[in-house]
Write a protein that binds this ligand. Structure first.
Ligand code: ZN
Length: 395
């Protein structure tokens, strides 16, 4: 067991998968989605009874899904009284993405500030079930895109890594996640003993966490299992050898591959991952999943009737993974909190907000107003999910 790891703690204390495990309530949502690269061919999932439900049926001598649902509701309420999590809507169903894609209109109506969505109302929260907000700082570093791997490393990535470690060391409550081990390994080799010791401490203290931990964040549309696995193994081997088994990731972070494959869900399950996050899903599918609070689900392989390879999956709802598209549905608001875009900040590739509302410096005079504005976005984002936990990637 790992201790003090940001995402792990999030799941242990607050999020659905751990809660589901703790309560053995495996009935909440079983959905499987697969997005192809050009099309959106989808996979099927079958709802299945999991041991707890069978046990419950035996004890209660009932075979009524309605009663089972009631039982689960009571358990959920009991859990929420402990202040851990509240599930706003309990539901169970299967989404066959192949059918869903046949029925979706893909008409792309203008949704307002959330162009591909709709005018989201903020979720109502009360003191008993306050919103639990996890802000997860990250940096997306392609090992090769417009520049080469080497060019990126020299001009940007090594500076990002150094800045992260230095910044984390200044405040023990700062956190960061890192995915691309190819960059990390290069950077690590160039560090002196002092910096290496700092990194080990940051990992131990849970301020720094590796996610997915592959050599790269792989393309999933055109790759095959062998290539996906060997790069994952390569990254994990580095982490294991340098830092130890306990720092090998258990959470997947895939925010930029253009289309997702169930092969990755299968692979991560095989590597004992507990959950994964995906982002570049077709806007129409995102909208559909958002409308029915289905952005978190168990991803089922078509060949897996037992559900042994179910992988808990979180889909980011909005257009992109950058700051304007992660705090909530209105990028014009979120962008104001992208401090790399503040006037005078000369971050590489920084730009002013294209939504015509500039990033703003926060001080004692506007902190309350700024906070309420940001919270409104968090509450709107939370309305798209079923629990009082909301994930806010920041990077
Ligand atoms: Zn990328």
């Amino acid at each position: 067991m790992r201790n003090n790891k940001l995402l792990r703690r999030q799941h242990q204390q607050n999020s659905l998968p751990k809660f589901v495990k703790q309560q053995s309530v495996y009935m909440i949502l079983v959905v499987v989605a697969f997005l192809g690269f050009l099309g959106y061919s989808m996979y099927i999932v079958q709802y299945h009874h999991i041991p707890f439900l069978q046990q419950l049926e035996a004890e209660a001598n009932v075979d009524s899904s309605l009663q089972l649902r009631h039982s689960n509701k009571r358990q959920l309420q009991a859990q929420s009284n402990e202040g851990l999590i509240s599930i706003r809507k309990l539901n169970q169903h299967v989404i066959d993405m192949r059918r869903l894609n046949q029925n979706l209109p893909f008409d792309n109506p203008n949704g307002g500030v959330w162009t591909q969505g709709w005018n989201v109302e903020p979720v109502q929260v009360d003191k008993e079930h306050p919103l639990k907000i996890f802000v997860v700082p990250h940096s997306h570093c392609d090992p090769g895109w417009i520049k080469t791997f080497d060019d990126y490393f020299q001009s940007q990535t090594k500076h990002i890594l150094t800045t992260i470690m230095t910044s984390l060391s200044k405040q023990p409550n700062r956190k960061f996640i890192w995915a691309e081990i190819s960059y990390f390994e290069w950077w690590w080799k160039e560090q002196d003993n002092k910096m290496q010791q700092l990194v080990r401490k940051l990992l131990r203290d849970g301020q720094l966490e590796f996610v997915t931990g592959g050599w790269v964040q792989p393309d999933e549309a055109n790759t095959q299992l062998y290539a996906m696995e060997i790069q994952l193994q390569e990254g994990h081997d580095f982490i294991r050898e340098i830092f130890g088994e306990e720092f090998v990731p258990k959470y997947g972070w895939s925010i930029d591959p253009f289309g997702y494959s169930p092969t990755m869900a299968y692979l991560l399950k095989k590597y004992n991952f507990e959950a994964m996050l995906i982002q570049r899903v077709h806007y129409a599918v995102k909208k559909e999943l958002s409308m029915y609070q289905n952005l978190e689900f168990f991803w089922r392989q078509t060949w897996d009737a037992s559900g042994d390879y179910d992988m808990f999956t979180h889909v980011m709802p909005f257009y992109s993974y950058d700051v304007p598209h992660t705090c909530g549905p209105d990028p014009a608001v979120c962008c104001q909190f992208d401090f790399a875009r503040l006037p005078g900040v000369k971050a590489q590739n920084s730009e002013s907000c294209p939504w015509k509302k500039k990033a703003q410096q926060i001080d004692e005079h506007n902190v309350k107003e700024r906070s309420m504005l940001l919270l409104d976005q968090y509450r709107k984002k939370s309305a798209l999910y079923r629990s009082n936990v909301v994930l806010i990637p920041l990077g």
